[in-house]
Design a protein around this ligand. Structure first.
Ligand SMILES: [Zn+2]
Length: 492
């Protein structure tokens, strides 16, 4: 059994002003052919799961192209065309394959295509004809009717933080093997809900979604169900199909798949009002930290999360900490290559005058002028040790730690979501020793930080990844949609 596989991945924040060019992919993650196998073997990733189960199942993998750019704004049309052509050419050259495994995100938007994955899966379908296409998707996929039409089976992540990527990779390979051997005949049913939710409310480590997840697992445990997916969607894409969708795949029974998907979608629709947020202002968060002896207290700044297209150079919290003379805080991270270079020129142990952050746009705050002490200089490479992406190398680019006004600021060359505590430890900061840690992350940090955090506060700052859905000006999104339009109706 020969299975071609690969990825063109992006989560596009259409509100973000950070451009997404061909270089964003080539300088992000870009592997061709066997390079993919070396990059992902023994990693806790989707493709790591494909590779591991292929070995066990006697499946020969034919690696094509695997590329992923850090989430940012609309993908340059030419960049997408180049990558798509490259992918399809490699696929055409792959002789005598029995199927295609795709490792996609499901929220890529190009300048001309709102649903790039739908476009890509359709193009793959045109090349491979009736051969099975099984794709994994992120929990933040905005699943469209086209994706559901052209893929034979879609397997979405169950968890947020995404700690089940590897398991979904294993599952996808297993499903592919069973299809090719004629052991199962998948029938997939898809429903889209007129429902938009915000990342902090989608977290499966918290009560509402943890209960939803139990129901999903119970559905998947039924013998005739092959797989089921609840995709929470990515609300920071102003496209028609953003939002929540449900997929159920049975073995050979379309009617049963339709019945299950209706039941599950109805259940989600009934509990829609419970997807609430509990945001606090930066000032309230500081007050809480000042009244607590235990540490560390995490301030999660979802609105500047580079993992969802935030610029990662927002300064609103830094500014407020300085104004309130808060000491003993760590900011992880501010992406500011210019300041990194100046700090490196100054050298370890010296002081340097900087205008930190705030360079992408004024929405996330203005540059902060300060004199800092250069404490650490690093190449920014670290190995993930937390539950997400364990074993993968993280690359922050040139990285420095600056101490200013009693605050440690990690300045990086690249935009990076600091969900793994190794971001701090690799530059000499022990998170459990610090009083207050600002993380530019909405939810993923919870996987590694929940065991060590005394308290987690979700702070409300403006930004292109703000959890407040009412702060966006949507034009293309289908309406009515809950909660933006409170009288939205839906039934099976
Ligand atoms: Zn995601």
């Amino acid at each position: 059994m020969r299975i071609a596989f690969g990825c063109i991945g992006h989560e596009t924040n259409t509100f973000s002003s950070v451009p997404t060019s061909i270089n964003s992919f080539k300088k992000g993650s870009y592997y061709v052919g066997e390079e993919i196998i070396s990059a992902f073997s023994h990693t806790s990733t989707i493709t790591g799961g494909f590779i591991e189960n292929a070995k066990k199942l006697g499946m020969e993998l034919v690696p094509l192209l695997w590329t992923f750019a850090t989430p940012s704004g609309m993908v340059d049309q030419n960049a997408y065309q180049i990558l798509k052509n490259e992918f399809l050419n490699l696929l055409r050259d792959a002789r005598e394959i029995d199927g295609v495994l795709l490792d996609l995100h499901g929220a890529m938007v190009t300048e001309q295509i709102e649903d790039a994955e739908g476009d890509l899966i359709q193009a793959v379908r045109e090349v491979v004809g009736a051969l099975p296409i099984v794709t994994t998707l992120d929990l933040h996929a905005n699943i469209t009717p086209e994706m559901a039409e052209y893929a034979e089976v879609i397997i979405g992540f169950d968890t947020y933080p995404h700690v089940d990527c590897y398991d979904r990779g294993l599952e996808a390979a297993e499903v592919m093997s069973a299809i090719v051997q004629g052991q199962i005949h998948p029938r997939m049913a898809y429903r889209q809900l007129p429902f938009l939710t915000s990342p902090p409310a989608q977290c499966t480590m918290k009560p509402l979604m943890s209960e939803v997840l139990e129901r999903l697992y119970a559905l998947e445990a039924q013998s005739e169900v092959v797989t089921a997916t609840l995709s929470m969607g990515f609300p920071f894409a102003d496209i028609r199909h953003a939002g929540v969708s449900v997929l159920v795949t049975t073995d050979g029974d379309q009617q049963l798949a339709e019945q299950h998907v209706d039941e599950f979608a109805s259940y989600i629709w009934e509990i829609r009002q419970a997807f609430n947020l509990n945001l606090v202002s930066v000032e309230q968060a500081i007050e809480q930290a000042n009244n607590t002896k235990e540490k560390p207290i995490i301030l999660a700044e979802g609105s500047d999360n580079p993992g969802g297209g935030g610029p990662c150079d927002g300064t609103i919290i830094l500014n407020t900490l300085i104004k309130n003379q808060v000491e003993g805080a760590v900011i992880a991270v501010i992406a500011d290559p210019e300041s990194v270079d100046l700090a490196i020129q100054a050298g370890v142990g010296n002081s340097v005058d900087l205008n930190v952050g705030g360079k992408t746009d004024p929405l996330h705050g203005n540059p902060v002028s300060l004199t800092g002490y250069v404490k650490t200089i690093s190449d920014g490479n670290f190995v993930h040790k937390g539950p997400m992406g364990q074993g993968r190398t993280g690359r922050m680019g040139k990285t420095v730690v600056i101490e200013a006004n009693g605050i440690e600021i990690i300045l990086t060359e690249k935009r990076i979501q600091p969900y793994d505590a190794e971001v701090l430890r690799s530059v000499g900061i022990e998170p459990t020793d610090r009083r207050l840690i600002v993380l530019k992350s909405a939810v993923h940090f919870r996987a590694d930080y929940t065991p060590i955090a005394h308290q987690i506060l979700e702070v409300d700052t403006p930004g292109v990844h703000s959890p407040d859905l009412f702060s966006y000006d949507y034009h293309r999104l289908r309406r009515p949609i809950y909660p933006l339009d409170l009288d939205t109706a839906w039934s099976t």
